[in-house]
Design a protein around this ligand. Structure first.
Ligand code: HEM
Length: 408
């Protein structure tokens, strides 16, 4: 009898090296039924299946509110404490909300932020290199994304320690509910946090209504005031989503870039010798060490996939991290190659919910990597012990990255 398929997404040992299990999943168990979880959950490993599911938002919903463990808490007025953001909506409702903000993230608009971004990154790297030994998460990979998104939204960058605490807590439980790992007290704290985050934006939104500025917050306040386009509650959910969605993810991407380059010194040397590879290097990190490992969906009807029956309101986990190592799509899929040409990876998802901040995240990572290459003669990990993993099983990232840097 073949070995049991020990695929436990909350297990730290598996999270540190999921690749062999993904490969076996793709080969033998393309739809794996988990056992002993609060609701029936299936993991999907192949690129074609992941892509097809993410594309079809009629069969596969991103709204998890019908599930038993996502009972929305009611406010005193009977409304929901946490009305859904665009991420938790499907179809026209999703398109309406996304349409209100996607203009702020086009390549043209994003490229206008580049000079400011380069200045911040150069300063952060210069300070880090002068210190010689730093935790790179504190020194670079976190401050850059949070400062940039604060500027886009129009919230004071000085509040970034608060945003960090919020983002950390907001995403710490992400995905854990599927595996039964969330106790009611933590859920209660999570909801209190959302209320606090929304409360933070209320006076700022009122200020923009009185004194408009050139920022996203003003745009949203104006959309709200135009009546039916955006309700006050939706605006607050949108702001919370934008503030947290890009922080942990981009921090992880920049951190994973540094980690992979430390693990593959030959690839780092190639990059130092040929800077035209920086863009493809970031795409390769997105593919090879995807920051977001899985993307869940809820079945809206009964479906059969590779002989497995999935009933209405059961959940599939689309393993982006596995799809991105699928050998039927990528040659030498387990090889890290900063010059790889074909990288149609799914690290930013696919279909209607494709990451709104993908252009921004790419640019931030490119800018961070270039600043690091420009500002250091050499960088390496300090110590070899395993680094602390992010609490959420969704993320493939570390929360601390002690490094030694040699300034130019
Ligand atoms: C490396 C960095 C990033 C990664 C890997 C990433 C990944 C993803 C993924 C996989 C999705 C799809 C979720 C789904 O299908 O349910 C998504 C959606 C989203 N991302 Fe990102 N993201 C990153 C950076 C950012 C940034 C910088 C922002 C800035 C605002 C952002 C904002 C969003 C938003 C608003 C959505 C929801 C889009 C929708 O529902 O239509 N992300 N992201």
């Amino acid at each position: 009898m073949s070995e049991p398929f020990a695929f436990h997404p909350m297990d730290p040992a598996m999270r540190r090296n999921p690749w062999p299990l993904y490969a076996r999943g793709r080969r033998e168990l393309p739809v794996f039924a988990h056992e002993g979880l609060p609701i029936p959950i299936y993991s999907v490993f192949r690129y074609v299946d992941v892509q097809a599911i993410l594309k079809d938002d009629v069969t596969w919903s991103n709204d998890f509110t019908p599930l038993p463990f996502v009972v929305p808490e009611e406010t005193d007025e009977g409304g929901s404490v946490t009305p859904p953001s665009m991420l938790g909506l499907d179809g026209d409702e999703h398109a309406r909300l996304r349409g209100l903000v996607n203009k702020a993230f086009t390549p043209r608009i994003v490229s206008r932020l580049e000079p400011g971004m380069r200045e911040i990154a150069a300063r952060l790297v210069a300070d880090a290199a002068a210190a010689r030994e730093v935790d790179l998460v504190q020194a670079l990979t976190y401050p850059l994304p949070v400062t940039v998104i604060a500027e886009i939204i129009g919230v004071p960058a000085q509040d970034r320690a608060r945003f960090k605490a919020w983002s950390d807590q907001a995403v710490s439980l992400l995905g854990a509910g599927f595996f039964g790992g969330v106790d009611p007290e933590r859920l209660r704290r999570q909801r209190a946090l959302l209320v606090e985050m929304r409360g933070y934006f209320v006076p700022l939104a009122e200020e923009r209504a009185r004194e408009p500025r050139e920022d996203l917050l003003t745009g949203l306040v104006q959309a709200e005031h135009e009546g039916s386009r955006l309700s006050h509650d939706e605006m607050l959910s949108m702001l919370v989503l934008l503030l947290v969605a890009g922080n942990e993810t981009t921090t992880t991407l920049i951190g994973n870039t540094v980690l992979e380059l430390c693990r593959h010194p030959d690839q780092l040397a190639r990059l130092r010798a040929d800077r035209s590879l920086v863009g493809t290097a970031i795409e390769e990190v997105l593919r090879f060490s995807s920051p977001v490992q899985f993307d869940p969906r809820r079945a809206t009807r009964e479906v059969e996939l590779h002989g497995q029956r999935i009933r209405e309101n059961e959940v599939v986990l689309c393993w982006l991290g596995s799809a991105n190592r699928d050998e039927s799509v990528f040659e030498r899929a387990d090889e890290f190659d900063v010059g790889r040409e074909r990288t149609a990876h799914l690290a930013f998802g696919f279909g209607p919910h494709y990451c709104l901040g993908a252009n921004l995240a790419r640019l931030e990572a490119i800018v961070a990597l270039e600043a690091l290459l420009d500002g250091t003669r050499h960088f390496e990990r300090k110590g070899e012990e395993p680094l602390p993993l992010h609490a959420s099983p969704v993320f493939n990232g570390v929360t601390s990255l002690p490094m030694r840097l040699e300034p130019v």
